[in-house]
Write a protein that binds this ligand. Sequence first.
Ligand code: C5P
Length: 220
Amino acid sequence: ETAVVVAVDGPAGSGKSSVSRQVARRRGYGFLDTGAAYRALAWHALEHGADTSDSTAVLDVLGDFDYAISLDPDDRWVRVGDVDVTAAIREPRVADAVSGVARVPAVRQALTALFRALVAASDLPAVVVEGRDITTVVAPDAPARILLTAAPEVRAARRSAELTSQDAAAVAEALHRRDAADLKVVDFLAAAPGVEVVDSTDLDFDQTVDAVLAVIDRAL
Ligand code: C5P
């Protein structure tokens, strides 16, 4: 019996990753950060010296992309081959390259198949799968589908609080650039029919977790 999917989408800095992880912990579910997979592929492309704005070059490195990720919300790791890239995929150079990689249709198909296989192979009751196209493409039939949003200035402020070494204006700018590039591929700012919106603009972390749990409890 395959695990139930709790699908969570949202833009960068909406808090969806930390919120989704906490939701998974609270319910004993698995947690799959799909953005980490796209980032791992971007890291892999950069390692090979590939031009990530060139889809042919990206497709070349997709062939030997050997990737593993933890579904345990309390033990977060990502590996490419035998390299642990958990920290490296958070570097700005990876964030700057990831949209180019994520734009390639064959990449999206390959990673979507991988996400479904990871969920199918899990022996957990449910997996919280978090990303940009989970409610619409990866798991459109999931019983619980949530779009997590927040006002742009709130998202930028949360991101710069996470990355204290960079100044807020530069963080807001990089975030805006990445969202604009990603929006050309997937519309993750509008909720598809049947998707519940949780707006965290005026909620703190625990309140946002509770709002997401309320949606899940109504659906499952
Ligand atoms: O969520 P995170 O910011 O880590 O995602 C990194 C990048 O991965 C996004 O900017 C986007 O380009 C890509 N992505 C995607 N589809 C997903 C998840 C992430 O295209 N489901």
